[in-house]
Design a protein around this ligand. Structure first.
Ligand code: SF4
Ligand code: SF4
Length: 337
């Protein structure tokens, strides 16, 4: 038997969570676009499966700006104080499945040589309820081993049935607790009829990238790139950050801010030398990192096929055109050998 939830019951769940001081996050409409935002009431949530929010849920685990510690001189004595870790509980409702799928991928880098407790505390204290996706032309989740209703990183997924009803598929105890007593049993099940076609062979691309580090594809396609970094900010798996001190000599804060490998300053050395001195090298780095270096090191592709990088790019570039061309070149090379 499947579990059925109505939209009214879902709004009731949101109201109860807010009234018990949980932080509830869902897609909301703001200035004509959708963003994941903390809700102040249930009516703000937009829960249609075809919505593709501009922002990523990563900011609720890895904020754009975060204090690590503060420093203060009292006379000649330096006093350092650790920043407080996140202590509340948060529930993300209506996340795209490809957003949730980025979380186990990010766990690897934030729990590798350094245990990032800021990220890890948020992960432990967050429940993620996804909404099965209606793919558009930018989506390619099936090419990286995922699907519009994937369970990776989700505590439960809602599959729209139409008429303001959802089938609820629960994957964890956290997910089960959210829907306890709110669902009815039925023999109806949701269907995902529209899955993106597979656009490339990721293992072929990984192999080709190893043997063709500086392929001409990077020079050719990167001519369109403006170096704005938007693709990295809206990407659920991009995680570069910078640590700086903000304040004066007497007191201030050490903070962690999002950075981007698409900015010219990102790799600029104090000597003035820049090992990635043009946009081709910066785009090459992004593709090599996502489709070869990260998979080699951690066993996961650093991309969930969400399509945000092209959908939100002012020249509609993103990673897919590179990968499709590299895939084609790899297959041609195999066929002619
Ligand atoms: S690919 Fe697009 S979004 Fe990314 S840096 Fe270039 S222009 Fe900006
Ligand atoms: S690289 Fe593009 S498609 Fe892949 S996860 Fe990032 S934004 Fe999504």
């Amino acid at each position: 038997m499947s579990k059925i939830l109505t939209l009214d019951k879902l709004k009731e769940i949101i109201s109860t969570l807010i009234s018990t001081k949980k932080r509830v996050i869902a897609p909301v409409l703001a200035a004509g676009k959708y963003f994941y935002r903390e809700l102040s009431n249930s009516s703000e949530a937009v829960l249609e499966s075809w919505i593709k929010p501009t922002s990523s849920i990563k900011e609720f685990f890895f904020p754009q700006h975060e204090k690590i510690c503060s420093y203060c001189y009292t006379g000649k004595e330096l006093v350092l104080s650790d920043a407080e870790l996140f202590v509340g509980e948060q529930v993300i409702l209506g996340s795209r499945p490809c957003e949730a799928a980025s979380l186990p991928v990010l766990d690897k880098v934030f729990g590798w040589d350094f245990q990032d407790r800021f990220f890890q505390e948020r992960r432990e204290r967050t429940t993620v309820i996804t909404l099965a996706c209606e793919p558009d032309d930018f989506c390619f989740c099936t090419s990286v081993g995922l699907s519009p209703d994937t369970d990776l990183g989700s505590d439960a997924v809602l599959i729209p049935l139409g008429g303001g009803e959802f089938e609820v598929r629960v994957f964890t105890d956290k997910g089960s607790m959210i829907f306890d007593g709110k669902v009815t049993e039925s023999d109806r099940t949701g269907k995902i009829s529209n899955r993106p076609e597979i656009k490339f062979d990721a293992s072929e691309v990984q192999r080709y990238l190893l043997e063709h580090f500086g392929d001409e594809v990077f020079d050719r396609l990167s001519l369109r790139c403006l170096g704005c970094g938007a693709c990295t900010y809206v990407c659920p798996t991009c995680h570069c950050f910078d640590i700086i001190d903000e304040g004066g000599a007497a007191k201030g804060e050490r903070v962690k801010n999002w950075d981007s490998c698409q900015f010219a300053f990102f790799t600029l050395h104090a000597s003035g030398h820049n090992p990635r001195s043009n946009q081709s090298a910066r785009q090459r780095n992004r593709i090599q990192h996502k489709f070869r270096i990260y998979p080699d090191k951690f066993g996961s592709i650093l991309c969930t096929g969400c399509g945000n990088c092209a959908r939100e790019c002012s020249v509609t570039l993103g990673v897919l055109p590179y990968i499709e061309l590299l895939d084609k070149k790899s297959k041609t090379a195999v066929a002619s050998s």
